[in-house]
Design a protein around this ligand. Structure first.
Ligand SMILES: C[S@@+](CC[C@H](N)C(=O)[O-])C[C@H]1O[C@@H](n2cnc3c(N)ncnc32)[C@H](O)[C@@H]1O
Length: 333
């Protein structure tokens, strides 16, 4: 009798088995669903799924070993996001198919409510930061990247888009209003939305000093308060303060008129977690591909991008996304 173990190709077979095992649990499938356009820390996921931290850590380990989630360290915290399927690699098609099916799942109402609670906690932390730091605002911002470092690049993209004379602009999160004079010069009408009364007051002083008669300042939450659409929507260093940037892009796309543009200036992904405390950042920059993917999901087409390396090691991305013209399929560019 031959007692030798059957010949099994362990490497590839193990990988496939790990993928099947990771997908073979309802909680893990729901975790993947919750991560479809967000990333959460282990404590947040434990809160969302009302489970213990060690149990959640175990599930995340299984998902990570199967290559279904990727991790990103931010200070002491580890954030989990979905890993992108690699279609050309062994198991890649199964991975892609699994995520496709997972996206059909409806998360239970109580899980959705707890996700909203986690988002609320993040948003409150960000608002609290701006309320506390208004006096040192510019100095805090300049710790990483100040308007002086990205102003010319944003203007280069803006001017290349050649908006018509009657075009309108909407700046979300103008902070102390440093970019408003540039917008006021280029657009017939400019609306500036900020959810921080203290910041808006700084912007109001700036508009008064510069005699900007075509800028309207509004105290509003860009994601929750209804606004009129504009030809050009600008966000300079704001997206990393939003609890759910992928969903935010969906909502911001709705503020762009058909044929108009969304300009986003953001930090590229970094690992300087002190920025959370010092600058109130909820996200340590963004991967270029993530922004492009979220914009595409929001119905926006990628335009030109500029990247600015800084001496302090940070890198800035200035991105243009166009909203297709629903009448003629034309955009400004
Ligand atoms: C880092 S500052 C950027 C200021 C300015 N754009 C710049 O480049 O210097 C972020 C600004 O976004 C505002 N902000 C954050 N969340 C917001 C929201 N949900 N709606 C409107 N403004 C928001 C903050 O109050 C703050 O003024």
């Amino acid at each position: 009798m031959n007692l030798r173990a059957p010949l099994i190709r362990h490497d590839a077979c193990d990988e496939l088995a790990a993928l099947c095992k990771a997908g073979g649990d309802p909680l893990r499938l729901n975790v993947l669903r919750a991560l479809s356009n967000d990333s959460f820390g282990v404590l947040e996921l434990a809160q969302i799924f009302a489970t213990g931290q060690s149990g959640m850590s175990h599930h995340l380990k299984v998902l990570a070993q199967a290559g279904l989630v990727a991790t990103r360290r931010e200070g002491n915290a580890i954030f989990y996001r979905r890993a992108l399927p690699q279609g050309e690699l062994f198991g890649g098609r199964l991975h892609a198919a699994l995520l496709e099916e997972v996206d059909e799942l409806n998360l239970p109402a109580e899980v959705q409510a707890r996700i909203a609670a986690v988002h609320g906690q993040r948003a409150a932390a960000s608002e609290d930061f701006f309320a506390r730091t208004v006096e040192k605002f510019r100095a805090q911002q300049d710790l990483i990247a100040g308007l002086a470092q990205y102003r010319d690049s944003v203007l280069a993209l803006l001017d290349a888009l050649s908006f018509p004379a009657a075009a309108t602009a909407l700046e979300v999160g103008p902070g102390d209003g440093g970019f408003l004079p540039e917008l006021a010069r280029r657009f017939r009408r400019v609306i500036a939305l900020d959810n921080s009364p203290a910041m808006l007051e700084l912007a109001r002083l700036r508009c008064a000093q510069e005699g900007l008669g075509n800028v309207e300042l509004r105290l509003a939450d860009a994601l929750n308060d209804a606004q009129q659409a504009a030809d050009c929507v600008v966000l300079n260093m704001v997206l990393h303060h939003f609890a759910t940037p992928a969903e935010a892009l969906q909502q911001l796309a709705g503020l762009v008129k058909s044929g108009g543009s969304l300009l986003i200036t953001e930090l590229c992904s970094h690992n300087q977690s002190w920025a959370r405390e010092a600058c109130g950042d909820l996200w340590l920059g963004f991967e270029q591909d993530d922004l492009a993917r979220w914009a595409a999901a929001a119905g926006l087409a990628p335009g030109e991008s500029l990247y600015i390396g800084l001496k302090n090691g940070f890198q800035i991305q200035v991105r243009h996304f166009a909203k297709p013209d629903s009448r003629s399929n034309l955009t400004h560019r």
